[in-house]
Design a protein around this ligand. Structure first.
Ligand code: PLP
Length: 442
């Protein structure tokens, strides 16, 4: 949608809402629909080709409005999470379908998804240990629980450990910044020998610093063998898995208990929209379920409806799946794939420019839309370059440390980015680097 269509549609939406407000007295306060009403009304998968805004808004009136307030919100979310899961070719076990044991939920952020997974895993292991040894108190168990992630995991994983009140240990990553089986196994063996209880592992696909990938095919079987909950954090990279050529990066997801990525990062869905799937939804709902009288409803425990309040920390929730429905239909799967491919191609264009210049080096493999690079030389030199780049305010770079090196990160992330922007950015970086080197020589 270009800006002129956006203006037109935006104004039409204001009219739609105003008409709704004017006609509100003619509407029922409670819908007539039965549980499961929505799924048969829409296709089982996202369209490959784009559809028009008119088609979608007509469907809002026909399909969504009869299920307002609430059933439509829940049921569209279940179906959209299945659509997205199918786009990623997630194993069937993660999909809700009509009678599946898994399913997806939209959380607000990847941090929340990791925390929710950790808390569910904590409850699961605690109940299991108490069933085997009733004399153990939850506090005695908590004291011994250990979770693991690589030294490249996002800080939100450490925070989940802090909030969840369990130890979190970092596993040293290999020379490609990936968590590998041997390092994980070594930590598990030594912790078990010390009487601790390993229970939760977070594997990252697409780390924040350099977009590296933990080795799921190695880590997954260990987690399954050791009865540890495996959560996958693919906050940024997950969007790319809708392209068949990047799907292999998700191989091993079949070993996971939960998987999460942020369509709001790279799949054109506005903030916030963090997609989380679990293989066994009762492990989540069992951990968070409380049923006070004021939240009881006629389909309680019928198994016919999904009560998303048991899948998350807040009670109330927004109608976030509408955003997914609009975006998936307006772009079509092919349009979304083209968007990802363009970003990846532009990051390789930038990588090639850096590689051609003997003063610079590439610091990590470029897989998706992130290029880690630096001037050959000291960290101080690179800090000075970063300072010049960010104070010029034409482009903005966020740095990271890879081992002991300060590295600059060039991220392709704007919806409207073109090759000309990449070329312009590189010219600008080179000019500032040349100025810096001249100043350093004086
Ligand atoms: N995990 C990874 C790998 C990330 O890159 C990020 C953010 O950049 C996060 C988690 C945190 O995401 P959120 O802001 O959705 O909590």
């Amino acid at each position: 949608m270009d800006t002129s269509e956006f203006r037109k549609r935006g104004k039409e939406m204001v009219d739609y809402v105003a008409d709704y407000m004017e006609g509100i007295e003619r509407r029922q306060v409670y819908p007539d629909v039965e549980p499961g009403y929505l799924r048969p009304l829409i296709p089982a998968a996202a369209p490959q080709e784009p559809e028009t805004f008119e088609d979608i808004i007509n469907d809002v009136e026909k399909i969504i409005m009869p299920g307002i307030a609430s059933p439509a919100c829940t049921e569209l979310e279940m179906v959209m999470m299945d659509w997205l899961g199918k786009m990623l070719e997630l194993p069937e076990a993660f999909l809700a379908g009509e009678a599946g044991e898994g399913g997806g939920v939209i959380q607000g952020s990847a941090s929340e998804a990791t925390l929710v997974a950790l808390l569910a895993a904590r409850t699961k292991v605690t109940r299991w240990l108490q069933a085997a040894s009733p004399e153990l108190s939850p506090a005695a168990i908590m004291e011994k629980l250990v979770a693991y992630s690589s030294d490249q995991a996002h800080s939100s994983v450490e925070r989940a450990g802090l909030i969840g009140g369990v130890k979190l240990k970092t596993i040293p990553s290999d020379d490609k910044f990936a968590m590998r089986a041997s390092a994980l196994q070594e930590a598990l063996d030594s912790d078990k020998a010390a009487g601790l209880i390993p229970f939760f592992v977070v594997a990252t696909l697409g780390t924040t610093s350099c977009c590296s990938f933990d080795n799921l095919l190695e880590i997954g079987p260990i987690c399954n063998k050791e009865n540890m909950w495996l959560h996958i954090d693919a906050a940024y990279a997950g969007s790319a898995f809708i392209c068949p050529e990047f799907r292999h990066l998700l191989n091993g997801v079949e070993f996971a208990d939960s998987f999460n990525f942020n369509p709001h990062k790279w799949l054109l869905v506005n903030f916030d929209c963090s997609a989380m799937w679990v293989k066994n939804r009762t492990e989540l709902t069992g951990a968070f379920k409380l049923d006070p009288l004021y939240l009881k409803h006629s389909h309680q425990d019928s198994g016919l409806i999904t009560d998303y309040r048991h899948w998350q920390i807040p009670l109330g929730r927004r109608f976030r799946s509408l955003k997914m429905w609009f975006v998936f239909r307006m772009y079509g799967v092919k349009g979304l794939q083209a968007y990802i491919r363009k970003h990846v191609q532009l990051s390789h264009e930038f990588e090639a420019l850096v590689r051609q210049d003997p003063c610079f080096e590439i610091c990590a493999e470029v897989t998706l839309g992130l290029v880690c690079f630096r001037l050959k030389g000291s960290n101080k030199l690179n800090e000075a370059l970063l300072e010049r780049i960010n104070s010029a305010k034409k482009i903005h770079l966020v740095p990271c440390h890879l081992r002991d090196k300060l590295v600059l990160r060039f991220a392709i992330c704007s919806r409207t980015v073109e090759s000309a922007h990449v070329q312009h950015a590189w010219k600008h970086i080179k000019e500032l680097a040349a100025e810096l080197m001249r100043a350093e020589k004086v």
